[in-house]
Write a protein that binds this ligand. Sequence first.
Ligand code: KG4
Ligand code: ZN
Length: 347
Amino acid sequence: MENQIKEQKKDLLILAIESSCDETAASVVKNGREVLSNIISSQIALHTLYGGVVPEIASRKHIEKINQVIEEALKEADVTLDEIDAIGVTYGPGLVGALLVGVAEAKAISFARNIPLVGVHHIEGHISANFIENKMLEPPFACLVVSGGHTHLVAVKDYGEYEILGRTRDDAAGEAFDKVARAIGLGYPGGPKIDKISKEGNPDAIVFPRAKVAEAQYDFSFSGLKSAVLNYINGCQMKGEKIITADVAASFQKAVVDVLVEHAMRAAKEFGFQKLAIAGGVASNSSLRQAMEEACRENKIEFYHPSPILCTDNAAMIGAAAYYEFLKGTRSGLNLNAVPNLKLGER
Ligand code: KG4
Ligand code: ZN
């Protein structure tokens, strides 16, 4: 595929739009891997007031911000719509009202300017974030996608070709971080707060369970762990014992990280992957990055991870994914719709 790019001899510019959850984002990406601009308008401060994302508020905010964010992305990249070769947009999975804002905007620009439209799967975007800073990374590789809504262990067989090896049976890893953070009084979004306070805690202070799914060895389950933390807190309160928040956070985080690393390593070895990448908001967790790096080093597997800003939701990753889809010939019509429960690999 890289040869194909060279043969074209023309730079391919993608304007990418992402609005699946609580970030309104737009980016201009050159040839799939060079980010010319990456504008993210986060609604986190607004949703923090309610302890989590409020879908209706998210949609309204996206509508308020989207034009401004796109204009900024074009300005920062110093390009005009006339130079854009394709528009990539997340059309699922995510909050339907939030997705619709990005999809409607992308369709409007595509129609008005006659620019090809490429609908992108949000998880494909997260995985593709790895291509941006790792210019040499090419499939095949294994990728652990851990975000607020998803926990997937994916075999990336080729650009745009995926096989899901394992997935969560209940809560996503990020969801567990957010729920536990709320329970121990850290607030929303929980992941970064648990990451930070864990540095002051003892990860071996409390032994929380590492769940296994008997009939599916690469699947995950985090709801039992979340309940174990809640039970521990209730137990302490009933006994009048002091809860050391940093210890609870660090012990919980270690339980999550242990399971993620163990599953990813076992899958990489079993399927013979020499490269392993991580993606999604939880991939910015410092303890996960460190543990995965060490495990990869021990097992002689190359480890890849995006910078934190490209782990959490952004449009640059959608631009990278859209580029490879565009090269494969993927085009979306003006009937493109938001698909809140879109499956990876489906169109
Ligand atoms: O990928 P993302 O921005 O949105 C989804 O597609 O879901 O991921 C957001 C999730 C949240 O649950 C947040 O708590 C978690 O990623 N997260 C983290 C960290 N930073 C964000 N979890 C653990 N450690 C972090 N440093
Ligand atoms: Zn995401």
